[in-house]
Design a protein around this ligand. Structure first.
Ligand code: URA
Length: 430
């Protein structure tokens, strides 16, 4: 029988009492948890100690490295192209990956976008794309590699179970133990997967505001700085943008409707905030790939990004021209008076879309592709009494009351136009 070199209770106590966990003990804790020797109860207690006490930079680096070491490391070194990935910390109406990956790939850069499914109020990129008839999220490493090497260049697919399995286990545990919103845990979780994936460069979209993990910009900045340092120290050129998630992004929240809005962006149109963020992130990605002067907007306006999108969807067995699912039941909320929309809180809109069926409460639940919310007005827009403000869509009328309840107090009409800042607030580099 192997003799374990550390005791989980000692490691938990060290962090509980505000100490720094020595590197060998921290590495062991992650490995022993992945092997099943350290129990869920012990790891949950350790995660809570980290949540309460924080971690020093070096501890976060070791934690990240230990999670990377728990699984496989991919490499795109033989691809013959630069690879650049993007990660968003998640928000409401955040469909940016859909137009962004083909847009960047249309400049000859490979984009390995390993994505996930939604849980709770934040939507998942794979759920959105699966509303396209035939589209397939699961690709083998060989298929992924071939798609990136060939003319398409961009891949959006499910992350294989081999990448950072320690994070997979720990993230599921954090989700049910109130330990998600800790900077060391979020940073190591995200960066372990991105570093293990083997991308040359990474742009992080770190969100702050009511629909984000980090409500205030100072905490989002700290998270961004931590992740940029982790990426840079591991040889991944990493930049972060701090972006506003107080208001839902764009006019569509759901799955099929978010695909529709993404296609509008790829056709050179779409809501201004979605275009601003897509263009801002594409510029950062292309700069890291050695193309700082790329004319990103031209590629949206002249159809190059759209051509890459169609090729990307076809390469994964989807039909980019097929009709997307449309909801059987709709409920329109109208303006009770004349006025200006002064506030629309992202979080309750995300929760309402989730309750309509766009998201899932348990990992094994299906999502309803056609469920969601379409916003007809956004903060700053003037509306008249009786004018539609937003339309809720669902497969079943019974979904409406709880969604409407989530939206109580979530928006406001007033007399004065609100002050609206840009979506991209700050840029964080190494
Ligand atoms: N996304 C992740 O992958 N991990 C986190 O901890 C938070 C968001």
């Amino acid at each position: 029988m192997t003799v374990e070199p550390f005791d989980a209770v000692d490691v938990i106590r060290a962090k509980r009492d505000g100490g720094v966990v020595p590197e060998p003990a921290l590495r062991w804790m992650v490995d022993a948890y992945t092997r099943g020797y350290v129990s869920d109860a012990q790891m949950a207690s350790f995660a809570m100690a980290i949540f309460q006490r924080g971690m020093e930079r070096d501890e976060i680096r070791v934690l990240t490295d230990a999670m990377i070491a728990s699984g496989e490391r991919m490499s795109f070194a033989t691809l013959g192209k630069k690879t650049v990935d993007k990660h968003s910390t998640g928000g409401v109406g955040d469909k940016i990956t859909l137009p962004l990956a083909p847009l960047v790939a249309s400049f000859g850069v490979a984009v390995p976008q390993l994505s996930g499914r939604g849980l709770g109020h934040t939507g998942g990129t794979l759920d959105k794309l699966e509303s396209i008839p035939g589209w397939r999220a699961a690709l083998s490493n060989e298929e992924m590699f071939a798609q990136m090497q060939g003319d398409v260049g961009a891949v959006i697919c499910a992350a294989g179970s081999g990448l950072a399995p320690a994070d997979k286990k720990l993230y599921a545990l954090r989700d049910v133990t109130g330990t998600v919103e800790a900077i060391p845990l979020i940073a190591s979780s995200i960066m372990s997967k991105k570093i293990a994936e083997g991308t040359d460069a990474l742009v992080l979209d770190v969100k702050f505001g009511s629909g984000a993990f980090m409500q205030d910009i100072d905490r989002a900045r700290e998270l961004a700085r931590t992740m940029v340092a982790l990426g840079t120290d591991s040889g991944v050129a990493t930049t972060a943008l701090l972006t506003d998630m107080n208001v839902p992004l764009g006019r569509a929240i759901g799955n099929a409707n978010e695909v529709r809005e993404s296609v509008e962006i790829l056709a050179g149109g779409g809501p201004a905030d979605v275009r601003e963020l897509t263009v801002g992130l594409a510029r950062e990605m292309l700069a890291l790939a050695g193309q700082p002067d790329a004319d990103v907007e031209a590629a949206l306006d002249d159809g190059r990004a759209m051509d890459t999108w169609k090729a990307m969807i076809r390469a994964q067995d989807g039909d980019p021209d097929a009709a997307l699912p449309v909801a059987r039941e709709t409920h329109v909320v109208t303006a009770p008076a004349d006025g200006i929309v002064t506030r629309m809180d992202a979080l309750p809109f995300g929760i309402a879309a989730w309750r309509l069926g766009a998201g899932r409460a348990r990992a094994e639940d299906p999502v309803i592709f056609e469920a969601g919310i379409d916003l007809h007005a956004k903060p700053g827009d003037r509306v008249s009494a009786g004018q539609p403000l937003f339309t809720l869509s669902a497969a079943d009328e019974a979904r409406f009351p709880r969604a409407i309840e989530a939206l109580e107090g979530a928006w406001e009409l007033g007399d004065d136009a609100p002050t609206l800042g840009p979506i991209v607030r700050e840029r964080i580099t190494a």
